[in-house]
Design a protein around this ligand. Structure first.
Ligand code: G3P
Ligand code: CA
Length: 235
């Protein structure tokens, strides 16, 4: 297994550390690392020639702006307050700041994001072990695989309307990333038998995290890595 999975069970800071700092910001990522998160998760979108780190389609919830992200210019996006004076970071800035201290799960949001993302990773010679690419839209994973097969991929699922293990295998994924309620033992076992890990999102209840670990889930995306890291028996 590539070293994204560098422990038996991973507590992954979901969008950084959103219970302590604005989501998808450099401050949040830094705090998550300080708290001991095993890895980070972030959302990236390709907008106006830039890879920006933001989750929503709209600016309203997380920034001082309004309207659609994909209708904004890069200059405008970069002028906004993403919480507490933080800017919306570029993916490159996050990679620079994290500097390989922990692996990063880069979730590819929106069409056309995979190509520029893997171009950036290659241009920076980012070690493959420090990266896990994921997407709900598996066409983005196919683009990533064609352009840069060396970067590991995880197939991300919302509703399970098809066999997730088969779908993950189709895109050559090393992990199946599912909603916490979909992370059942049969799925986890089937993924393991196919040589894949299962990650569950978004888990903020320590008891649920322990139960997921017991059935073989390899890690959780959590908004509160501090709580999880202080949960006896989880790691
Ligand atoms: O990758 C796990 C999780 O982040 C997916 O859902 O909506 O938080 O991006 P969302
Ligand atoms: Ca995400």
């Amino acid at each position: 297994m590539p070293t994204f999975f560098h422990r038996d069970f991973l507590c992954i800071g979901h969008r950084g550390f959103p219970s302590a700092a604005p989501e998808n910001t450099l401050r949040g990522f830094e705090l998550a690392i300080s708290a001991g998160a095993d890895a980070l998760e972030l959302d990236v979108q390709w907008v106006d020639g830039g890879l920006i780190v933001i989750h929503d389609d709209d600016l309203d919830r997380t920034t001082s702006g309004t309207g659609r992200v994909d209708a904004a210019t890069l200059g405008h996006l970069r002028s906004l307050d993403a919480g507490g004076g933080e800017r919306i970071p570029l993916l490159e800035e996050v990679l620079e700041r994290v500097a390989g201290r922990v692996p990063i799960n880069i979730e590819l949001k929106g069409p056309g994001t995979a190509g520029p993302t893997v171009d950036l990773l290659r241009a920076r010679a980012e070690p493959t072990a420090g990266i896990l690419l994921s997407a709900f839209d598996h066409r983005e994973l196919e683009v990533a695989r064609s352009a840069a097969p060396e970067y590991p991929r995880a197939a991300l699922f919302g509703r399970l309307d098809r066999d997730p293990v088969a779908a993950a295998r189709e895109v050559g994924a090393i992990a199946v990333n599912v909603h916490r309620r979909s992370a059942r033992s049969a799925l986890v076992k089937a993924a393991q038998e196919a040589g894949m890990a299962t990650l569950a999102y978004t888990v903020n209840d320590p008891k649920e995290a322990l139960a997921l670990r017991r059935i073989g889930v390899a890690g959780i995306f959590t908004d509160c890595p501090d709580v999880m890291l202080n949960t006896p028996g989880l790691r």
